[in-house]
Design a protein around this ligand. Structure first.
Ligand SMILES: NC(=O)c1ccc[n+]([C@@H]2O[C@H](COP(=O)([O-])OP(=O)(O)OC[C@H]3O[C@@H](n4cnc5c(N)ncnc54)[C@H](O)[C@@H]3O)[C@@H](O)[C@H]2O)c1
Ligand SMILES: [Zn+2]
Length: 467
């Protein structure tokens, strides 16, 4: 929620000036299980309305529907459901307008908060609907994925994709409250847990040594057991510490820079070459795998510059390999490095700003002086190192699935995703050509690098994550 204060002055004859500032207030509550009838925190907010509009996706809704109904029934709060298609292909204006229509039909009262329960995608789309509805309306987030819990819901960015441009339309819109309940990880598929784990590796490597040490100690078990929610008290305790501390570090690093005006961003570690890499394979890499390949290469770069030693490099690679994250990919080529470096500089005011660990994990340095020839030679070193220790460096379940995409990836890659939800016509309307997921999966602004205005290896865009 935000509150604007402003005053009007007349600095000189014939002109007026408005000076204002906006106070921003939003809360995070750790509470679990949030939908336990004994836990009145969330219900107490809706008691005055006696009703709630809940937005969910089609995968999460059937899993939690009964529990949520029992919960609100206990408090005599009537539920109206709006269940929409999830997946990146549905992170669209159409879905956002479906939510707006639901708010209209519900007759949402000005200060009444819409409730969204879901992953980062659902909280982004619903948040954007609420940012736009009557110019601004309230919402409450209950994230249900690891990415949602430790990343998307930590920020106040909301948005949707537009054509091939990821997160191109959006707003900074703080929710009233965010309820962080890690027990949702019990039902989250391991592939999604691993995907979110990569963002924790990111924040720990360059922002928090204590979290790094805990990840090294418990990494494999954390991923296997959904942070201990599928067995393992000790690992659950460690997971809780990691997530709480990781979120705090994210908030400390990012809240002074909520509107992202500062471009030296620690949390951009792993997000330099990965936006281009993510969409290059025929079926896109999962975000967590793409950023881990980027981080792994950045670690090799830091090592080759003498910023970290052999033992530190080995510790880093051992952790990510033990949890099944990717360290390399055949499409991660010298050509891609050149293209992606130019692309990212455009978003970083012409500078490289490569975030790398500095001396120890938890410390960050920004490199701005790395010639392409050095980057390419480091890539050769990286590939040789990975091959000698870890084979291909491929991770587990490294590519997007139907849940991530909102269509069957194989059918989609062939350009005929007609699973009843995504017809050729609806894809056309979204300006998605279906000639390979890389052009279909949403990317951020195509990056012209040659005379014809296209990148040379078929890359059509870059995937800009919420980070
Ligand atoms: N706003 C931000 O700052 C920010 C930051 C990071 C990511 N994001 C955005 O978040 C999205 C990625 O987040 P995500 O991975 O959470 O996406 P998501 O919401 O698509 O969830 C991933 C998959 O998990 C399923 N799922 C969610 N919760 C579940 C549960 N508890 N049990 C079983 N299945 C469950 C979903 O149905 C979906 O298939 C992207 O669109 C990205 O742009 C935004
Ligand atoms: Zn990211």
């Amino acid at each position: 929620m935000s509150d604007l204060t402003a005053k009007v002055t007349k600095p000189e004859a014939g002109s007026m000036q408005v000076d204002g500032y906006e106070a921003l207030k939003y809360n995070f509550h750790y509470t679990s299980p949030v939908f336990d009838v004994k836990n009145e925190k969330l219900a107490s907010i809706y008691e005055r309305w006696q009703r709630v509009l809940i937005i969910m996706d089609k995968i999460v809704h059937p899993i939690y529907k009964d529990q949520i109904e029992t919960y609100f029934k206990h408090y005599n709060i009537a539920i109206t459901w709006k269940v929409v298609n999830g997946g990146e292909l549905n992170k669209t204006m159409d879905t956002m307008l479906e939510i707006v229509d639901a708010m209209d039909e519900f007759g949402i009262v000005r200060t009444e908060p819409t409730l969204v329960v879901g992953g980062g995608l659902m909280t982004d789309v619903t948040g954007y609907a609420c940012a736009s509805y009557r110019r601004s309306s309230n919402f409450i987030r209950v994230p249900t994925t690891l990415i949602g819990l430790i990343d998307a819901s930590v920020s106040i960015k909301v948005g949707i994709n537009h054509r091939k441009l990821k997160n191109r339309l959006g707003a900074y819109h703080a929710p009233l409250h965010t309820f962080l309940d890690f027990s949702f990880l019990k039902t989250l598929p391991v592939g999604q847990v691993r995907n979110g784990f990569a963002e924790l590796v990111k924040i720990a490597s360059v922002g928090d040594k204590a979290v790094w040490d805990l990840l090294v100690k418990h990494g494999e078990r954390l991923v296997e057991t959904g942070f201990g929610y599928n067995g393992g008290e000790e690992v659950r305790e460690a997971g809780t510490k990691i997530c709480h501390q990781g979120i705090e570090t994210m908030l400390e690093l990012e809240t002074p820079n909520l509107h992202e005006l500062g471009l030296d961003r620690v949390i951009a570690f792993g997000h330099t070459w990965s936006p281009t890499l993510e969409l290059t394979p025929r079926i896109p890499l999962r975000h967590g795998h793409a950023i881990t390949i980027d981080m792994a290469y950045s670690i090799t770069l830091a090592h080759s510059r003498g910023l970290i030693n052999d033992a530190q490099r080995d510790e880093w690679f051992t952790l990510v390999s033990s949890v099944g994250l990717s360290m390399d990919h055949e499409d991660f080529t010298e050509e891609l490095i050149a293209v992606a470096t130019e692309a990212i500089k455009k978003t970083r005011d012409g500078k490289q700003r490569f975030a790398v660990p500095d001396g120890q994990f938890g410390q960050c340095k920004f490199l701005n002086d790395v010639p392409i020839s050095e980057l390419q030679s480091v890539l050769r070193t990286h590939k040789e190192f990975v091959k000698s220790r870890f084979g291909s460096g491929a991770g587990k379940e490294a590519f997007v699935d139907a849940g991530d995409l909102g269509a069957e990836p194989e059918a989609y890659a062939k350009g005929d995703a007609t699973d009843g939800e995504e017809t050729a016509e609806s894809l056309k309307r979204k300006n998605i050509k279906g000639n390979g997921v890389k052009s279909a999966a949403v990317g951020a602004g195509a990056v012209p690098v040659n005379g014809s205005g296209h990148v040379t290896n078929g890359i059509v865009g870059t995937a800009e994550c919420g980070c």
